[in-house]
Structure formats: C-alpha cells, structure tokens
Design a protein around this ligand. Sequence first.
Ligand code: NAP
Length: 342
Amino acid sequence: MKNNVLVTGGTGFLGMQIIFQLLQKGYPVKTTVRSLNSKAKIMEILTNNGISDFSKLSFVEVDLSKDDGWKDAMADCKYVLSVASPVFFGKFENEDELIRPAIEGITRILSAAKEAKVKRVVMTSNFGAVGFSNMDKTTITTEENWTDENMKGLSAYEKSKLLAEKAAWKFMEDETELEFTTINPVAIFGPSQSNHVSGSFDLLKSLLNGSMKRVNDIPLNVVDARDVADLHIRAMITPLAKGERFIASADGEISMADIAELLRQERPELVKNMPEKTLPNFAIKVAALFNQQAKEGKLLINMNRHISNSKAKDLLGWTPIATKEEAVLAAVDSLAKYGLLA
Ligand code: NAP
C-alpha cells in the first residue's frame, strides 16, 4: 500500500505531470486547487492522457495566501510536493506582489506540514536560486551555488523563487522531525498534457509565431517536464535526498539560435514565421543600459551555463529520458497540437 501524497497546484503544467506519474505508479494523490471548479478540467486532461481510474485522486480547495485548510489537507499525507507558486513573466507594478506570496506560501506549507506530521516536503524551487550569480565560465555550477538576491538583471520571478527557497531552509534550521528537499529546474520544456503550457514555452511561441523579430543567441539550459516530475518522486522517496537540493537539467546547453536551427531542420513545416535575421548578444548588452528586459537577457548571456546534473543521477539514480533537443521538440509539438502557434 503506497503512502498518500499531497501535490499543490493540480492545475499547473508541472503539477499535472507529477499527478499523472504518481497515479501511474499507484500512489493515492490529493491535489490542491484554488477552486474546486478546476476538478472536472483536471480529470478530463488526465483522461485524455490515459488515466481511467480516479479512485485514488482527490481534490482540496486551498490558497497559498491563506492559512485555512492546509493542515487538514495534509492530515493523512506522508509526503507533500510543493509545486504551486505564482509564476509570472513580464511587467508588473511591484515585485513584492510576486515575492510575498511565494515566501508566505512555502512557509505556510512547511508550518502546516510540521503540524500535520508530514514526513517530507519536496519544494519545486528554480535554477534561478542556484546559478544566476556564477559568471565564471571555467567552473561548473552545482547545488552548492546560490544566486545573490541583489544580482543585476535577476527577474522578480527568479528572485521570488530564490527568496522563497531561502525562507524554507531558514524555517528548516530548527526542525528535527520534518524533512525537506528542493528540486531546482532550469527552463522546463517537454510535452504538455493540455493547452495549458509552462511560461517558458513563451520563448518557443515567440520564436515561431513571428513576434520575435530577430533570433537571439541567448544560451539556455532546458529539461523535460517528464524528467522533472520523475525527479520529484525520486526525491520524495529516497532517504538520501533529505536536506538536499537537486538541479534538474538535461545535459548541456542550447542557445535560441541553436533552437532555431534545430526547428528549421526537424520541424520545417512550423518555421514559416520564424525570423531569418539574428540579434547579436552585444546588441542585448547595449540595450541593457536602459531596458529591464534586456538587463535580464544580459544576465542570461553572462552567467555560467556549465551546470552539473550529476547529483540527481548519482544520489537518486535519475536518468533523464529526454535530451535538450528532444525536450524542445516535444514542447514545440505540443504548441502545434494545441493550436498555440497562431
Ligand atoms: P503553472 O502552470 O503556472 O502552475 C502554477 C501553479 O501554481 C498553478 O496550479 C496555480 O494555480 C498555482 N498557484 C499560483 N498561485 C497560487 C496561489 N496563490 N495559491 C494556490 N495555488 C497557486 O507553472 P509551472 O510551469 O507548472 O510551474 C510549477 C512550479 O515549477 C512553480 O513553482 C515554478 O516556479 C517552478 N518552475 C517552473 C519552471 C518552468 O520553466 N516552467 C522552471 C523552474 C521552476 P491556478 O491555476 O489556480 O493559478
């Protein structure tokens, strides 16, 4: 008999993939949603992806910004996968709108988990909490690295994840019973189970729908959602994962220009709106003098992209199923399948 798992954010791109894999492995899953109206939609998506037995799936309505209901939601759960977080790219009035709920959300979850005597919480953090301040391209970024929260060009979203993870480890300093682990994914691609895709897919969308006027050469690390979900489950059940962070990334790096070339070769039917012209990295660096988006781009160009995924492989036996190219192609195929490239 497998132990109950609470997954926060069942409506999310990654949350859905994790629920799917847990159900496939026979775990009883409870997922949190902000409104129970989402239940039918989630079940429809899981059905479309081959799940037919819903006897082990239940739903609970709770919000990260409110205490109500969290302890009860966890009462019978051995594990909590804390996946939900405000995910927001682009412009907004005040970065605190994003940072405060992220910090309060994980603190609320850890407090409730402690009270409910949960064994382990696995938090979906972000590579933005790990490697955005390592500019030395002769080194390898590992889980030992921490991004400096005052880093120029760090987006409010990345900062919200960094500060939320820091707050979580701080909370854990006095903990003796509750166990805690983080997964720190780079940009998540791979297939989507519905027309709700991850925010990182916007990069691919804008490349293919013509809204990106020139192909830039910003380097990226990417990972497939199926591999990130698998890593969460390994981190949940492996004793050695207690108190550890794990970078989730496919091997190697890939630039936007590499992605454009890959798509020209492998998906020629989808590239008719893709720009021919390229934008050299020095142009982004110049624009960074006066434009916030370019500042964020400059940081992405300058940071070290040699990152290690060995810890997850060695400690948890994680063997990603998708290469960086396969993760990109699967994401693009999902965008095409769900009509999201218009
Ligand atoms: P997503 O599809 O936008 O999912 C976010 C989830 O969080 C949704 O279920 C959303 O619920 C929930 N949520 C947001 N604010 C909430 C609140 N106040 N109370 C309760 N639930 C709330 O994003 P995703 O791409 O799957 O991301 C999942 C996790 O992975 C996040 O923690 C994200 O930071 C992390 N991550 C993502 C990437 C990536 O490339 N996608 C990379 C690294 C880390 P609603 O549907 O109700 O809004």
